[in-house]
Design a protein around this ligand. Sequence first.
Ligand code: SAM
Length: 208
Amino acid sequence: MQAVLPRLRFDDAFIEAPSRSFEGAIESLWMEVGFGGGEHARALAAANPAIGLIACEVFENGICSILSALVPDDGTEDVPALPPNLRLWDQDARGLLARLPPASLSRLYLMFPDPWPKSRHVKRRFMHPENIALAARAVKPGGLWRIATDDPTYQAWTADVLAAQHAFDVPPPATLRPEDWPPTRYEAKALLAGRPCLYWSLIRRSGS
Ligand SMILES: C[S@@+](CC[C@H](N)C(=O)[O-])C[C@H]1O[C@@H](n2cnc3c(N)ncnc32)[C@H](O)[C@@H]1O
């Protein structure tokens, strides 16, 4: 954490020009909310070297997992080359979404968010009108917002919240993970337990 996180952390000195936080030029900026163990974020960054990905996670174990995968402990002090197009934000993703330049994201990912199934916890769900407004501000017209969940309450909730907004086009969700979506750890657990997943690909409308 001490040696590697500072090298990968998205420094908010770059908040006005996030593309400058990456080592080389990037074609577009993507963001993932709640990367968990980081498998999806690492796979996205590796498969798409021309993009810059800011991956967000508040849970320290998640940060440790992604760092351990990037820097395996081989008993030496050497830190191998880190992905030049990956940056980590170890705070609430909503704070970053609110501060990035408007229309700066080409893609946003929300993979298997915490379901908070009790109705008294509805406000804790990431899929919430207030956060849709944050996403709508940050995602550029034509940009994609990919959302996946296996939780039946959250699936119904997501459909309801999306039906009530006008910022994104909402094609019907896929029931099988589209080919270019990397898998995630939560998805693997859900599929093993026989819980069907839904995968939305929203498209940011222009002018709303
Ligand atoms: C259920 S886990 C899913 C992890 C991963 N996406 C996967 O599919 O394996 C949800 C993760 O989102 C993180 N999280 C929830 N709200 C967040 C927020 N506002 N900002 C950053 N991370 C958040 C949690 O700490 C948790 O690790």
